[in-house]
Design a protein around this ligand. Structure first.
Ligand code: SF4
Length: 684
């Protein structure tokens, strides 16, 4: 078991016997059939208990197969139940959320029962996932005024019927598809929720769930919702699983992306000149000229919006797009690149909406008007903030995307650093924060993740995987591949090598790319050459379906990028080989990274050494981690980027993955992808 950074490890202390629960014959083994004790799991459980109990932050990396979810859930549950406290567990993916609630927490509950404790837990979704009974009632009343087609009306009626018997108001539980234009009209919207004033509050699905969460010892949520400021009940500890994504998630809530279509959708909801529908038409008690003034105000904002976005694209030199896709985004560094011609019309609309509050005939209508007013003011503030362009720690850029039937222009703002905010708003609070993932460190150090997140104090624990990587996995780095700085020759060589690898490996193969362009190019050539193999391509189907079909195929070849580098689990020979086409460096010339580089340079930091390289190493480790998911898994990882061997930084990558056999031929690759013998299966 690796134990680097000893100085920051939790000191030996009282864990109330938590580690012992994972010993052979003890409570955990009594609940899980064929449980295999792992010292790493017991050590992590002990550290988590002590950290929570002593209100100390803890960053813990636990390699694949440690069983880390039980290693934090069991101590958190025991601590919460025995001290009448509440712990929140925040995950990045819905898949892990589902695993925790459906598989792991029932086990933890059974373990606690053996100790004479009663555990309660709850999965709390974001509020817009819930059906709002008050808005549903309003939609029945206003039907034809809200919905444009009879089909929409039919679905709204079906929703009403379902709401009479449905126990949960969650969108995922509804047995039929609800298009977003209908859902937007009937879901809970925090801006218009009447809360305690609502006449349906006692039946409200969302309030029921929040109340149940408040009574639970463990609440499972999504990381996005945690940062979105969802009304979580007061809690006493938080555990972030999949914590390697935390920086990205936090950054998403400190910036914005405002599109011309979003403004149009907002205006249509106030008054849609085509259908003649909208909020303005529904407010009945307005004085004579108010409606016509409002209709004119909407037209004015619409016209100004078209002018504004047209001015921006012309100023930045965007030209028309031929088909679906996007042109290179353009960074904005100077204030007031165009006149804010939206300011005045949006102000006029704001004034009219404010007046309308006094004309509301019910609390519900008042809340709806206030919700629109808030949205209007938010739009105005975002446009002003984008044009001011004054935060040195933020990047500002414009993107133009061509979708199937329309073009979309987006103004973006994002922070290049979240550490200051998290230092204050997360780690500076009184509750302990546990960060865990299979990939938090670079070259055995937590330095990068701590710096990125603003975690200054606390313990660190680095636990390696119980899997025997030296027996189960091989690393192949073929020679004679040109450097990626010669893109044509490099791409050609990558495609050639992918073909050879797929021909040599009998089981399933993941081909992991770093860009859509290289994926598409490789697919267009290889799909003809590999016609005998079941081929899968990211985005052809939803990820879950794609992975299920790939797993069933047994010898499929999956072309993937982005999300498939992490969180995808295909045990057994169905995934025998993972090919990493290129080291996953972020593009340094995207507006966000360009701004980050300038910001870091101004602070005396080195963008490549302090950010880009460690980020790439963590992603590389994620990609590598797709291969071995169980004790009887086997196979090889092939890296086609020669820089892993030719550049000095290459060792950062090879030293950061578990020690495995290095092989040097296709013959060895073929052999490495065959079973090593019957070992006991023990998936994570
Ligand atoms: S309390 Fe809010 S979310 Fe619940 S039914 Fe009423 S308005 Fe909708």
């Amino acid at each position: 078991m690796t134990a680097k950074n000893k100085h920051a490890e939790p000191p030996p202390g009282d864990d109330s016997g938590v580690a012992d629960l994972f010993a052979p014959g003890d409570s955990v083994s009594q609940v899980i059939r064929h449980f295999e004790p792992r010292p790493q799991q017991a050590k992590m459980a002990s550290a988590v208990f002590q950290a929570i109990n002593k209100r100390t932050h803890l960053a813990v990396e636990a390699g694949t197969g440690v069983g880390k979810s039980l290693a934090y859930l069991v101590p958190a549950a025991i601590w919460a139940v025995s001290n009448k406290k509440k712990a929140v567990v925040a995950t990045y993916t819905k898949a892990l959320q589902a695993q925790l609630v459906k598989k792991d927490l029932p086990i933890v509950k059974a373990v606690l029962e053996k100790l004479g404790m009663k555990l309660s837990y709850f999965l709390l979704m974001g509020s817009s996932n819930y059906l709002c009974l008050s808005r549903l009632e309003r939609s029945e009343r206003l039907g034809p005024e809200l919905f444009e087609e009879s089909e929409e009306q039919r679905i709204a009626d079906a929703l009403h019927e379902w709401s009479q018997t449905g126990h949960s108001g969650c969108r995922t539980e509804i047995p039929f598809a609800v298009p977003h234009q209908i859902w937007d009209e009937v879901c809970r919207d925090s801006d218009v929720c009447l809360g305690r004033k609502c006449h349906l509050k006692d039946k409200c699905f969302y309030r029921k769930d929040v109340a149940q969460a408040a009574l639970s010892d463990i609440i499972v949520v999504n990381q996005h919702l945690f940062f979105a400021g969802m009304p979580l009940p007061t809690f006493d500890a938080v555990i972030f699983d999949e914590a390697h994504n935390l920086e990205e998630v936090a950054a998403g809530f400190m910036g914005f992306s405002l599109t011309d279509r979003k403004i149009k959708r907002f205006l249509d909801s106030v008054y849609n000149p085509k259908s003649g529908k909208g909020l303005a038409k529904r407010i009945k008690r307005t004085p004579g000229t108010w409606l016509s003034e409002m209709q004119q105000a909407v037209l004015d904002v619409n016209f100004a919006s078209q002018t504004f976005f047209q001015d921006i694209t012309e100023k930045l030199g965007f030209y028309g797009l031929a088909g679906p896709g996007s042109v290179r985004p353009k960074r904005v560094v100077t204030p007031d690149i165009v006149d804010n011609c939206l300011h005045q019309p949006l102000l006029a609309l704001t004034v009219l909406l404010s007046q309308a509050i006094g004309y509301a005939h019910s609390d519900q209508e008042g809340a709806e008007i206030k919700g629109h007013l808030k949205k209007c003011m938010d739009l105005s503030a975002q446009i002003a903030s984008f044009l001011e362009c004054k935060e040195a720690s933020h990047a500002y850029w414009v993107e133009v995307r061509s979708l199937k039937r329309h073009r979309e222009i987006a103004l973006n703002m994002a922070p290049v650093d979240v550490s200051e905010s998290l230092r204050k708003e997360l780690f500076g609070k009184t509750f302990p924060v546990i960060l865990t993932s299979a990939t938090l460190t670079v070259d055995g150090s937590f330095k990068m993740v701590k710096a990125q997140l603003g975690l200054d104090k606390g313990w660190e624990l680095l636990l390696d995987s119980p899997f025997e990587y030296d027996k189960q996995a091989a690393l192949f780095m073929p020679q004679d591949i040109p450097d990626p700085s010669d893109p044509g020759a490099y791409q050609e060589a990558v495609i050639r090598e992918c073909f050879k690898i797929c021909s040599a490996v009998e089981g399933g193969v993941f081909l992991l790319f770093t860009s859509w362009q290289s994926l598409e190019t490789a697919y267009s050539v290889l799909s003809a050459q590999l016609s005998g193999r079941p081929l899968f391509k990211q985005k052809d189907k939803i990820p879950h379906q794609l992975i299920t079909e790939f797993g069933h195929a047994g010898n499929g070849v999956l072309f993937a990028t982005d999300t498939f580098w992490q969180g995808v689990d295909v045990p057994g020979p169905a995934l025998s080989c993972v090919v990493i086409a290129r080291l996953p460096f972020i593009s340094p010339d995207s507006p966000l990274e360009e701004a980050r580089k300038e910001w870091m340079t101004a602070k005396g930091m080195n963008f490549f050494k302090d950010y880009s390289l460690p980020k790439a190493v963590v992603k590389f480790r994620q990609g590598f981690g797709r291969l071995i998911r169980a004790r009887d898994d086997f196979g090889a990882v092939v890296v086609l980027d020669p820089r892993i061997q030719t550049r000095r930084y290459g060792t950062k990558f090879t030293r950061s993955i578990p020690k495995c056999r290095h092989i040097s031929s296709l013959k060895e690759l073929k052999d490495s992808c065959k079973p090593v013998g019957a070992l006991t299966s023990d998936p994570e």
